[in-house]
Design a binder for this molecule. Structure first.
Ligand code: GLA
Length: 390
């Protein structure tokens, strides 16, 4: 592979030695089940063939030296294994640093440092989880370099913990799980309450999954995200007075109908409505897909977007415009919705395979006319999760 050869040469140039190991960690896209993970609901994501590569050598001292081809101007970032504090000027390297600290906090013996060269081909800030990809990449590097007895699910949990506690983003477990546990050509139905999961083959005769990137600059995603979480926690606190539950994901549609008036604040009520109905929609959607009824799956994707737009209010003009452009093309598109945290980032659509070019042309034209700049599109290949390549 030419890419790998180039990365090996880059490593040698930066660190004056040849890399000994090469790892890969994918990005992810979620097909349905949005903002349900931290509400104890179900999600249905898959791992992508784009992701983050890491080339490494082990060191004799306690230094960790990291270099990213995506941030060449920042140069090599160096820190000591005894000094694992968040430092703003360490920028992207805080993600691997947070994972190393979390592993150590859990008692794993990481006694030596290492050199890493990173290269990612997930568009940055696109909502395809470049940060979770880097966290799992660091996890597999630690496991392999230090022969740690640790399974993938524990690495998934520690990566999430690093993001929550070290980076300070209160994300759920979906991204890290999809990236660590991904399997080629399958999406994962994951119950985020119990972490029970199963793989579901994605086989859409004549149709393809297409990601549309709004290319909107990343803005207040993290603070808005934490705000939605707090709103759902408030809804849960109120509903717990009437029903014995530990998460919104345990409620049925009937439960919501009978309890909704207990939530006085209409905004909190809408947030709870989305969380509960999106969870039910996800279970329904997976069933329809498994029965080869992709038409109904598409309709449920559309409903998911409407709920995220009107009740959860995490879309915005860029995502809505891109999704509406897809909805305009009923003869080519089965369904379309925003994916990930929202407020920008990407959409996911099911598009007729032989009409993808027309779909992209129409969507680009409409989006550019309204928003003023172009979106980007990627046809999805569903890949395996985080792994050692060589
Ligand atoms: C982000 C978070 C996930 C999940 C999604 C919304 O990607 O990292 O945990 O909450 O948003 O579904």
């Amino acid at each position: 592979m030419e890419l790998i050869e180039n990365l090996k040469n880059d490593f040698t140039e930066i660190f004056n030695e040849n890399p000994t190991n090469i790892y890969f960690s994918p990005g992810r896209v979620n097909l349905i089940g949005e903002h349900t993970d931290y509400n104890g609901g179900n999600v249905f994501p898959c791992a992508l063939s784009i992701g983050t590569y890491g080339l490494t050598t082990k060191r004799d001292d306690k230094k960790v030296r990291l270099y990213s081809n995506n941030f060449k101007d920042i140069g090599v970032i160096e820190f000591d294994l005894d000094q694992l504090k968040f430092e703003k000027e360490h920028d992207w390297a805080n993600y691997p640093k947070g994972v190393i600290k979390t592993f150590k906090d859990h008692g794993f013996d990481i006694s030596n440092g290492f050199n890493v060269l990173i290269y990612g081909n997930i568009p940055n800030g696109s909502g395809l989880s470049s940060s979770a990809s880097l966290e799992l990449l660091t996890s597999i590097i630690l496991k392999d370099t230090f022969n740690l007895e640790v399974d993938m699910i524990s690495m998934v949990k520690m990566s999430q913990e690093a993001e929550n506690k070290f980076i300070g983003v209160n994300c759920g477990i979906m991204d890290q799980f999809a990236i660590g546990m991904g399997t080629k050509d399958c999406a994962i139905l994951l119950d985020c309450n119990t972490l029970e999961y199963r793989y579901s083959k994605i086989n859409m005769d004549g149709y393809k999954l297409v990601i549309g990137n709004t290319n909107k600059k990343r803005g207040l995603v993290d603070s808005k995200y934490n705000e939605r979480r707090a709103e759902c926690e408030e809804a849960l606190r109120i509903l717990k007075e009437y029903k014995t539950i530990s998460s919104l994901g345990e409620l049925t549609e009937e439960d919501f109908e009978s309890l909704k008036d207990k939530i006085g604040n209409p905004i909190i009520r809408k947030r709870a409505k989305h969380a509960i109905l999106e969870n039910i929609r996800t279970l329904k959607a997976v069933k329809t897909l498994e029965n080869n009824d992709i038409k109904t799956f598409g309709e449920l994707m559309n409903q998911s977007h409407i709920s995220l737009r009107d009740d959860y209010e995490v879309t915005g003009i860029e995502l809505d415009t891109l999704v509406e452009a897809a909805w305009d093309q009923k003869d080519k598109v089965i369904g379309s919705r925003m994916t990930g945290a929202g407020f920008g980032g990407c959409t996911i659509s099911i598009v007729k395979e032989d009409a993808i070019d027309e779909f992209i042309n129409y969507s680009t034209e409409k989006y550019e006319k309204i928003i003023g700049y172009k979106p980007s599109f990627y046809v999805v290949d569903i890949s395996d999760g985080t792994r050692k390549l060589f």
